[in-house]
Design a protein around this ligand. Structure first.
Ligand code: SF4
Length: 366
């Protein structure tokens, strides 16, 4: 078994793993004055508890602003992991999806890790259950197991390496240079992109992101023709037909950098539209156009937003700070094994940043 087909529209899929039920739990948009009042309350609670807010680029803009205004961070999942581990605060509040909270807890078991909701999950995580994944690994013991950050702690406990979209190319290139074969999970589109770029021998799990999987190549081509001067920015979780039309393929951080440093006036953006908040702040004069997610018969031309990311809001953040719950917990036997693959990635990326030679691969290590 190398994939699991999940219908995320099924009402009986179980809690917020059904997208309709996740959307039903998304907080209502706040009026400006109300948002200001709630932000001030949340900032005071963060200060009083000595807590720091670690937010992803895809969450609500008020949460991103709050994180930056209170000394926290807004970033991709690689930087979220690094920031949470290095920060002195004993309470981390993670605004994102559950695997991000788990990663924070795995790296900082002594800290309290709060989330606005633990029901905020991810289709990649849901589509890669640990028992099926372990059987896949057992069937291919000669391969380095490389998992994307968007997996459960239990899946990470089975891996040699964790990667994010910021460092996957470098890590797989490194393994290839060492003559290693790779077992990759769970995102099939990102895996295919990495395989094409590196030429590595990669066996793929067949998961996908419900947001990026919806971008359409033909529709994007038509949009490009309407905006011939625009630079096309694509996250590599998108299908091949979309990636092939990109001027820049990269992680959320890389796409933001492309807008900030680009000389063009217009940008077509193919990733979760939560990212536009930070892009507008950092490049206020530029025009950002959302890439199309649906064809002519659809009711929505571009609805690229993750329902699980959208479950995070100021009110449930405040409730979590007031009640000290929900807290992320990871069983110690799983945590200690999962820590190995995350630490290996953080050490590798730190080594690359410092310009030193890459580390040895971790075959067989925890
Ligand atoms: S945007 Fe996609 S990859 Fe990111 S959390 Fe949502 S479902 Fe998962």
């Amino acid at each position: 078994m190398d994939s699991l087909v999940i219908d995320y529209t099924r009402q009986d899929a179980g809690g917020a793993s059904c997208t309709a039920q996740a959307w039903a739990q998304v907080p209502e948009a706040l009026a400006a004055q109300e948002a200001q009042t709630l932000k001030a309350q949340a900032a005071e609670l963060l200060r009083a508890k000595g807590a720091v807010l670690v937010a992803h680029y895809y969450v609500d803009g008020h949460l991103q602003d709050l994180a930056l205004e209170t000394g926290g961070c807004v970033s991709d999942s690689l930087e979220m992991a690094r920031f949470g581990r290095q920060h002195a605060a004993q309470t981390l509040v993670v605004a994102g999806v559950r695997f991000m909270g788990e990663t924070a807890k795995i790296l900082s078991p002594e800290k309290t890790v709060l989330m606005p909701t633990l029901e905020a999950t991810c289709s990649l995580d849901l589509g890669c259950p640990v028992d099926d994944f372990a059987a896949f690994c057992d069937a291919h013991p000669d391969r380095q197991v490389v998992v994307y950050a968007n997996t459960s702690a239990a899946v990470k406990a089975r891996a040699d390496w964790m990667v994010t979209s910021s460092c996957a190319l470098e890590i797989v290139s490194h393994l290839k240079a060492q003559g290693q074969k790779v077992l990759w999970a769970p995102d099939r589109h990102l895996g295919r992109y990495i395989q094409e770029q590196t030429g590595a021998d990669m066996l793929m799990w067949q998961g996908d992101c419900i947001v990026h999987n919806e971008f359409k190549g033909l529709e994007l081509q038509l949009l490009k023709e309407q905006h011939p001067g625009a630079l096309v920015l694509v996250h590599p979780e998108s299908p091949r037909a979309v990636v092939e039309l990109a001027d820049v393929v990269g992680s959320t951080s890389a796409l933001i950098k492309a807008v900030v440093e680009g000389t063009q006036q217009d940008y077509i953006v193919a990733t979760d539209n939560g990212i536009l908040h930070r892009m507008r702040q950092l490049a206020p004069g530029k025009k950002l156009i959302e890439a199309p997610t649906a064809g002519n018969g659809a009711t929505c031309k571009s609805c690229a937003h993750c329902p699980w990311m959208a479950m995070n809001g100021l009110r449930n953040l405040i409730a979590a700070l007031q009640s000290n719950s929900p807290q992320v917990q990871v069983e110690e036997a799983i945590r200690s094994r999962a820590e190995g693959c995350i630490t290996r990635m953080l050490d590798f990326t730190a080594t690359l940043k410092a310009g030193r030679p890459p580390l040895q691969s971790g075959m067989g290590a925890a």
